[in-house]
Design a binder for this molecule. Sequence first.
Ligand code: NAI
Length: 262
Amino acid sequence: MQELRLFNTALRNNGCEDWEADMRLQGKVAIITGGARGIGRASAELFAEEGAQVVVADLSLGEDFASDRVAFKELDVTDEQSWKRVAEETVSEFGRINVLMNNAGMVGSYEPIDSISIEDWNRVVAVNQTGPFLGIRTVVPYMRSNGGGSIINVSSIWGIAGAAGVAAYTASKGAVRLMSKNAALTYVGDGIRVNSLHPGIIETPMIAAQDVDVTAGVVEATPMKRLGKARELAYGALFLASDESSYMTGAELVIDGGYTAP
Ligand code: NAI
């Protein structure tokens, strides 16, 4: 406790009084793709609890949100026109876009390179890679006119470490990692920070739908020997969205129970 007090005093002395504000995303407007369920939903709930106005952008909503600070907009992340509509509506209803969390994603196929169909490959790349690309290019002009913003691209442990099979997923998640660094360097002068978030195996509908043996194998390879919770990822996203990460861009935040440590 004593160290924490000294640390807080040091922050104050460095002019960081804003960090003491009650809510960590007070006044920010955040778009979260794939926010209807899983990691995106947990992030939407947490962002709203921390004072943000959240726009959940997904193919469909499913279960409603309890918070009146969460609005839903239909979005297919592969479609540039629907991105433009969501961004325009967000700005006209809520005034600005401060945060974009490119979270929508799919595994789609577990096939390796020599057997995945071109259709499956193209669909996974369209959602996981082209989706965040379209999201970044849609919001950058709005963020630039605000004087900055924070973009969080959800990659994976399989955007860092290899995995056998799942060719399109690993290729697309690896691309997201480097696209984040590219965007970070390109837009740093606009005050736009871009970071990637790398979940390990997390208990969500995506994982519930996959073969239990695949899940058991990844849990076994995870030093903590358990699935992560969506809320544990949401806290990482909250940090990247907030001004607490103001000196962080082009970086990778790994939340994986130790999977990539060995
Ligand atoms: P999930 O499958 O539970 O939720 C994904 C959401 O994305 C759904 O609401 C779905 O409707 C939406 N979505 C899918 N295609 C879309 C499209 N074309 N346009 C708009 N929305 C679309 O997934 P989960 O587990 O919450 O994953 C979230 C992100 O985290 C994904 O990018 C995933 O690849 C990544 N991730 C998840 C891990 C896990 O173990 N759950 C591990 C590593 C990464």
